[in-house]
Design a protein around this ligand. Structure first.
Ligand code: ADP
Ligand code: MG
Length: 330
């Protein structure tokens, strides 16, 4: 079974950033308001994710690290609802099969916490441990038992960069959650959590400034438009924002960060047509539409989607940004 898990890990766990992604998404699924992310050596040596969510029952800890044991699918309807959230019940067993892994948790009302160790997939005994309400996952020495995979890990800076980039894109979509990051024992990022979901920058915490910098926040044009069952809101940087910005293009479809060439093209085209500017615009845009109008299962890692009416979406995005930008010229 360890072998099966290690093979699955080949798909789920590419590098430290994919571990962080799976664990932080679990924390959010558990209703966490705050997530602490401690890293050492770009996450290769240590990833520790602590949340203040609902926790896991002591007798369910072994289940959580077993294959296809998800607590998140109660019915077929549910299966569709969670299909957007990634692999079902594979993340923890996969990660635990390629690391030295400890899962600790405590729910409201439990007299103490419980922790379970898994070493390269070998399950230990659950044992009582002091723990606050919530869950802590410790992942040490990623791929220590799979040298062929370990070989492909990059320099500390590179792996850390991937983690920080993913956290930034998450922070933009979830300003309601506080995220604290430390690297090699030093605090490296703190996103305060006092915004509303899907509305970065609207709150006093100003998630937009926290994530992309004060200059972006100052020069960002707020966009919001609804029609034909589509809703687009967010920010696009005005041309005075001087930074080269192809790396500051964030698109979310129903709250999930994705890449889409057609939408990216619509934004760039609107920018060029109004401002006669060939530059890459920086933007953070949230597109919302009925889930049945978008297929999220195109790409295994869910970075891409397929719109049922791609043309309509493209034109809606183009028109919305064109009008918003044109108004600033008027
Ligand atoms: P999935 O998220 O697809 O259910 P995972 O392997 O990521 O699968 O997690 C397995 C199960 O472990 C989850 O369904 C959940 O019940 C439990 N779990 C994992 N992480 C947490 C957490 N941080 N807080 C509460 N429960 C968790
Ligand atoms: Mg999960």
């Amino acid at each position: 079974d360890t072998l099966v898990n290690q093979i699955a890990a080949g798909e789920v766990v590419e590098r430290p950033a994919s571990v962080v992604k799976e664990l932080v998404e679990n924390a959010l699924d558990a209703g966490a308001r705050r997530v602490d992310i401690d890293l050492e050596e770009g996450g290769v040596r240590l990833i520790r994710i602590r949340d203040d969510g609902a926790g896991i029952a002591p007798d369910e800890l072994p289940l959580a690290v077993s294959r296809h044991a998800t607590s998140k699918i109660a019915s077929l309807d549910d299966l569709e609802a969670v299909a957007t959230l990634g692999f079902r019940g594979e993340a923890l067993p996969s990660i635990a099969s390629v690391s030295r892994f400890v899962l600790s948790s405590r729910r409201d009302g439990d007299v103490h916490g419980t922790s379970l160790q898994v070493d390269g997939g070998k399950l230990g005994e659950a044992a009582p441990t002091p723990h606050q309400r919530g869950t802590t996952v410790v992942v040490r020495d990623l791929f220590y038992n799979v040298p062929a995979r370990r070989k492909f890990l990059r320099a500390e800076r590179t792996e850390l960069g991937h983690i920080e980039e993913w956290l930034r894109s998450l922070a933009l979509a979830r300003p309601d959650v506080e995220l604290r990051v430390s690297h090699n024992g030093k605090p490296s990022r703190r996103y305060k959590g006092d915004g509303q979901p899907g509305l970065p920058g609207v709150s006093s915490g100003d998630r937009l400034g926290e994530t992309l910098g004060e200059e972006f926040a100052r020069h960002a044009l707020r966009v919001e438009h609804e029609g034909a069952g589509l809703r687009l809101h967010g920010w696009i940087a005005q041309p005075v924002y001087s930074r080269a910005s192809a790396d500051q293009q964030y698109l979310y479809v129903n709250g999930r960060s994705i890449r889409d060439r057609s939408v990216a093209h619509a934004v760039k085209q609107a920018y060029a047509d109004v401002l006669f500017h060939g530059r890459q615009p920086a933007y953070v845009l949230f597109l919302e539409l009925d889930p049945t109008r978008v297929d999220v299962n195109v790409h295994p890692a869910k970075h891409e989607v397929r719109f049922r009416d791609a043309r309509l979406v493209h034109d809606f995005v183009y028109r919305t940004l064109h009008d918003a930008l044109a108004e600033t010229r008027a």
